[in-house]
Design a protein around this ligand. Structure first.
Ligand code: CMP
Length: 140
């Protein structure tokens, strides 16, 4: 296993309920280190660009609206096998299918308001990290 970096977003449903610390504890307790982090509000243009791969999906418009509805916390997580490990810690996209003890099982409100985003591959992690962070903003 190699040390990797992945992009995480704590979504507006979670920031609204003041869950940033509880979610960050899940990452840290499970072996991921937060090596970059910033709170911001996505513009419509940023959210559309970030989720461009889903442009043709029926939920795209609502997803963009939701992601711009409040602040998010964007973060770079680092650790052994970080991309897959983070996906395991988050749980299934749909909280109804997420395993016990995962972030989405414990905190998500719905498939849309599912509290966290995590990169789905190492290649996308690299792209998504650089969507939000320059190398000088990441400190190991
Ligand atoms: P995320 O990992 O951020 O990537 C795309 C997001 O689309 C996903 O999490 C969900 O929050 C959201 N989404 C909304 N509706 C659906 C759906 N029906 N199927 C998959 N993803 C959905």
């Amino acid at each position: 296993m190699a040390v990797e970096k992945t992009l995480s977003i704590i979504k507006p449903d979670a920031t609204r309920r003041n869950l940033t610390g509880k979610i960050n504890a899940r990452f840290e307790e499970n072996g991921l280190k937060i090596v970059g982090q910033r709170r911001l509000r996505l513009t419509k243009e940023q959210a559309e660009r970030f989720y461009e791969v889903h442009k043709e999906r029926p939920f795209y418009g609502e997803l963009v609206e939701f992601m711009t509805s409040g602040p998010v916390v964007v973060q770079v997580l680092q650790g052994e096998d970080a991309v897959a490990l983070n996906r395991k810690i988050m749980g299934d996209t749909n909280p109804a299918n997420a395993a016990e003890g995962t972030i989405r099982r414990d905190f998500a409100e719905s498939i849309e308001a599912n509290s966290v985003h995590g990169s789905d591959s190492l290649g996308n992690a690299e792209k998504e990290i650089h969507f939000f962070f320059s190398d000088t903003e990441i400190f190991e």
